[in-house]
Each structure stands twice: as C-alpha cells, then as structure tokens.
Design a binder for this molecule. Sequence first.
Ligand code: NAP
Length: 287
Amino acid sequence: MPANLISGTRLSQELRVDIARRAALLTSRNRQPGLAVILVGEDPASQVYVRNKVKACADTGIRSVHETYAATLSQEALLARIDALNADPQIHGILVQMPLPRHIDPNAVIAAISPIKDVDGYSVASAGELLTGAPGFRPCTPYGCMKLIESTGMSLKGKHAVVIGRSNTVGKPMALLLLQANATVTICHSNTPDVGLHVRQADVVVAAVGRRNTVTADMVKPGAIVIDVGMNRDDAGKLCGDVDFEPVSAVAGAITPVPGGVGPMTITMLLVNTVEAAEAAEKKATP
Ligand code: NAP
C-alpha cells in the first residue's frame, strides 16, 4: 500500500487560519504583529525565500518590514540596524536571511538580535531554552517537522527516531525536539559509517542532508514515517528532497513530498513565532 502523503501545504493552510485569527485580535487592540525581514546581497534563492515570507505575512495580517541592502553593507551597519529594530516596539520578530556575505559573521548577527525577537530560534539563548526544555522560540524547520509528525496522529513516545544531519539550524534542534517528545533518538552525519543500518530501525526518519537519494527504499522500515527536509535539484533541474520519493513511498507508512512538505511549514512556524512574540510583548506591556 502506498504511504499516506503528509501535506505541509494543507497543514500550513489550517495553521494559518489560526495565525490570522490571532493576528487580527492583536491588530484590533493596536498591537499588530510586526516582522522585520533583512536581506543583504542578491542571492536569488534568498530573494525567493524572503518574498515568500513577506507574502505569508501579508496573507495572515502580520505587518512585515522588508529591508534589502547591498552585499557591501558593513557588519557594523547591519548590527546598528538590528539594534534599532530591537528597540522598535512595532517590531516583534527580526529575521536576517542567511547566508550573509562572507565579510559578515553570522554568529555576531544572530547574537545581536534581542532574544525576545529571535523568531528564527537561532540564538544561543533560544538553543539553550530548547536544550533545557524551557519555553522559547523553536527553530522553524524542525518545529514544522514536529507538527507534520504530530499530524499523522502517531505518538513519538517510545519510538525510535533517526535524524540524518546535525546542523545547528535543522539536525540538532530536530533531535532535541524528538527527544523532548520521548522518542529514542539517533543522529547520523557524514562520519556515520553505515547510515542505512540506523535508518532501517527507525519508526521516524528525518532527512536533513542536502543530497538527493540519501534515503532509499531498502533503508526504510515498512510503515515508518519519513520527513524530507532536503532541498536539491534533480538532473532535470526539478526541486527534490533527500529521499528517493517514489520507491520509499511504497514502503513507508507516511511521507512528506518535496515540494509541498517541510518548506511551507518552515514559513508557517515563523508566522507562529512572530504572533507569539507579539502576544508576549502585549502581555509584558499590560499591567
Ligand atoms: P547543512 O548545514 O549542510 O548540514 C547537512 C548535514 O548533513 C551535516 O550535518 C552533514 O554532516 C550531514 N551529511 C552530509 N553528507 C552526509 C551523508 N552522506 N550521510 C549522512 N549525513 C550527511 O544543511 P542544513 O542547513 O541542515 O540543511 C539540510 C538540507 O535541508 C538542505 O538541503 C537544505 O536546503 C534543506 N533545508 C530545507 C529547509 C526547508 O524549509 N525545506 C530549511 C532548512 C534547510 P556533517 O555535520 O558531518 O558535515
């Protein structure tokens, strides 16, 4: 039996109804959620991501301030701009699109964003909150993956989850979120001698590598949930994930497509974090 398709597009639509409702409530009290999106340089992929984020804000009633700077912008000038946005009460979230030009240190930029406006969840403060299980902003991509897994109705308690990839923005936070949901978690990376050995035992597989066909049908346990974070191009230039989709679909219990899986959820969780930041700001301002 072919796997159930876990549609990130559909789940996003459902979640965005609630986001729009919460944004409208805040707006009715003169507290419209505001997101600053900063793009430095002219990377075409980054331009598309930023455009999609700005559009998603408009669709859900979140005010977005889109700032584009030349690739020659100095780190000092960028940090000064972030400082100003940190102090702006109408801005609740600040997102600096990565990658940045090489002369700008991404860690310094992320560290400059106020933790209460870190809606990407990339700061050391947010990472510490995730590690300790404290409330805080969760990085949008793994947060979206968790919502996709939840939408299948399967409890992660006692299940074996295998994450392939250990980046700070996807793999590591993904593993921590799965652990918090009481899964037993294995993390594979480029030094793992036999990734398939681990994946074959997994009830849930999250592939976040950036290489097509990293997960093939012979590696997947029948009935497993497969979440494909990867974004690659096939020989025809078509967008594809890390998972060999058709054959794996014949074995898995449920699977996310690329496109239409994790991608839309990443943006949706950014909207969720922004609305939550605005709600928290209102709470703080109200005696
Ligand atoms: P990354 O920083 O390049 O990390 C890739 C990870 O994969 C690294 O931990 C690397 O291991 C591991 N890896 C590389 N080759 C491997 C192999 N042969 N076997 C096992 N592990 C291997 O990438 P990322 O930022 O995490 O992103 C991963 C993918 O997800 C990319 O395709 C990216 O475009 C995509 N992505 C999609 C979204 C979305 O919204 N859909 C969001 C973010 C990222 P080492 O640590 O040992 O090098």
